[in-house]
Ligand binder design. Structure first.
Ligand code: FAD
Length: 473
């Protein structure tokens, strides 16, 4: 078992010593059993208890609450859902706007609950700067991104263009051409939120067993049976909330692949450094490259910089591995940080960690409740689950209790078996080979675009190939 300092910078900051709660050591029953104490599992339990306080809920967690992606991410609380615009494209404008309002509103909801429950997670509503920076090809990508948001029916107050000077006023990124400012995004300290939620649901009477990796077995009476090494839970309904970080149980593996992302945090920067690079309202930052950067200023004044997801052959989550400083993912983060902010070249990187998130084959998330098998799950957030897990946890709670709401009518809600609701990933080695090809093309594209002497035809061919691959997927 890792010490909390090895899990992530966020965990290392906690006052909580994170000593594991007792594991499951008997055979018990519950109305609902939840596998996984990340944001999805914890929000689901929280809202179930709000809707029906006497519900008997048990959670089994393989390590400790927040150990997965929830305690390791970049802390972007996004009032967004992966592929939101694509998923609502078939709806009339008025309905699309209602969906957007609900999705953006999850930030208010997280703020409301954290205030009510006394969870201090350093939430700052600074919005996000999606910068076109480093190479000029990012300008059309940024403009296209903004156009697609506005065409879909988003409000101009939520997504608007900043020219280079306006961008620099907020965040002084090197070689910036302009940016899309996205209002519905806040910065948080994710481990504080995950651990705070775990304490909250425990106080509400949810039984949370840690260090209890589970295997799911369904029995003939339609109830679910969860087995751990020393105990079991028989429950009417089982919620699989392991997302990309599942070990032991393989029910979700055909539908969700684990992608690993690496992330670093600097030493605390001085006031002068912050004055020169910006982030005064703790805005979050990324650029439009396919390296999928994500940056935030932590409440204690460090720059937290993450990039890209990597797929490993066979699709295993990181689990308990600690990676060396020389890992290419960490080096990429440092390299990009220096490109964004050359003034930080001499700044020490004090923390490096990795985590695993889940990608669904449809490249969009889902909330599934199959009443025939009494099995539910939510996930496939594609690296955008910090906020979405609140919305999806709320949705699952309503679905499980038979309540109807705007959330249970969303296009990502399914009520059939997993096999008919979700698309299967191709088997290995096809998965790994496809990923390897895509990442090679994207890396080459980045290299050519960053090379001032690259010929236009080279750029053109690469961008056409990268776009064609994107469409094929
Ligand atoms: C490095 C990184 C950066 C990210 N940055 C952002 C970001 O800035 N913004 C954003 O929106 N999203 C981000 N994400 C994605 C986001 O963190 C996830 O989408 C979200 O936390 C998923 O929450 P979850 O509860 O569904 O899964 P997890 O937090 O992964 O929780 C799953 C839990 O299940 C447990 N578990 C697994 N198997 C078993 C088993 N057999 N029995 C019992 N328990 C089990 C695990 O130990 C884990 O605690 C990032 C992810 C990573 C890895």
């Amino acid at each position: 078992m890792n010490s909390k300092d090895n899990i992530s910078f966020w965990f290392s900051q906690l006052e909580d010593d994170c000593h594991p709660r007792p594991s499951l050591r008997e055979d018990i029953t519950a109305d609902i059993v939840i596998v996984g104490a990340g944001f999805t599992g914890l929000w689901t339990a929280y809202y179930l208890k709000q809707l029906k306080p006497d519900l008997n809920i048990a959670i089994v967690e393989a390590r400790i609450a927040g150990y997965g992606a929830s305690g390791r991410n970049g802390g972007w609380l996004m009032g967004m859902v992966e592929d939101l615009e694509g998923q609502v494209a078939h709806l009339p404008l008025e309905q699309r706007r209602l969906v957007f309002k609900e999705v953006h509103g999850l930030i208010d909801e997280v703020e409301r609950v954290t205030q009510k429950e006394g969870i201090d997670c350093d939430l700052a509503r600074g919005g996000a700067i999606y910068a076109a920076a480093r190479f000029a090809e990012q300008i059309p990508w940024a403009k296209e991104y903004l156009k697609s948001r506005l065409d879909a029916g988003h409000d101009e107050r939520d997504f608007r263009w900043l020219n280079a000077a306006e961008t620099r006023e907020q965040i002084n990124v090197q070689d910036v051409y302009g940016a899309v400012f996205c209002q519905p995004i806040a910065a948080i300290q994710p481990a504080k939120l995950a651990r705070g939620l775990a304490n909250t649901v425990a106080k509400l009477g949810v039984r949370l067993f840690e260090q209890s990796p589970a295997m799911l077995h369904s029995n003939t009476t339609g109830a679910s049976l969860i087995r751990t090494e020393y105990g079991s839970i028989r429950a009417d309904i089982c919620v699989l909330a392991t997302e990309g970080f599942g070990f032991g149980d393989n029910t979700l593996t055909p539908y969700i692949i684990p992608l690993q992302s690496k992330i670093i945090a600097t030493e605390p920067l001085s006031d002068t450094q912050w004055q020169s690079i910006g982030f005064q309202s703790r805005q979050t930052l990324c650029d439009f490259s396919r390296l999928q950067t994500y940056v935030q200023r932590s409440a204690d004044g460090r720059l937290v910089f993450g990039a890209r997801g990597v797929y490993e052959y066979g699709g295993k989550p990181f689990a308990d591995r600690v990676l060396p400083e020389t890992d290419s993912g960490f080096q990429l983060c440092e390299h990009l940080m220096h490109e964004f902010f050359p003034a930080l070249r001499k700044t020490t990187v004090e923390h490096r960690w990795a985590g695993t998130f889940g990608m669904a084959r449809k490249f969009s998330p889902h909330a599934v409740y199959d009443q025939a098998s009494n099995l539910a799950t939510a996930g496939g957030y594609g690296g955008e689950g910090v906020g979405a897990s609140n919305l999806f946890g709320r949705t699952l709670a309503e679905l499980l209790l038979g309540h109807s709401s705007i959330r249970t009518e969303m296009p990502w809600v399914y009520t059939d078996a997993l096999s008919s609701s979700l698309k299967r990933w191709e088997p290995e080695p096809i998965r790994w080979l496809s990923y390897a090809l895509v990442s090679k093309v994207f890396a080459l594209e980045e290299k050519v675009y960053c090379n001032a002497h690259a010929t236009p035809w080279k750029k053109n061919i690469l961008s056409k190939t990268a776009n064609a691959i994107g469409r094929l997927l």
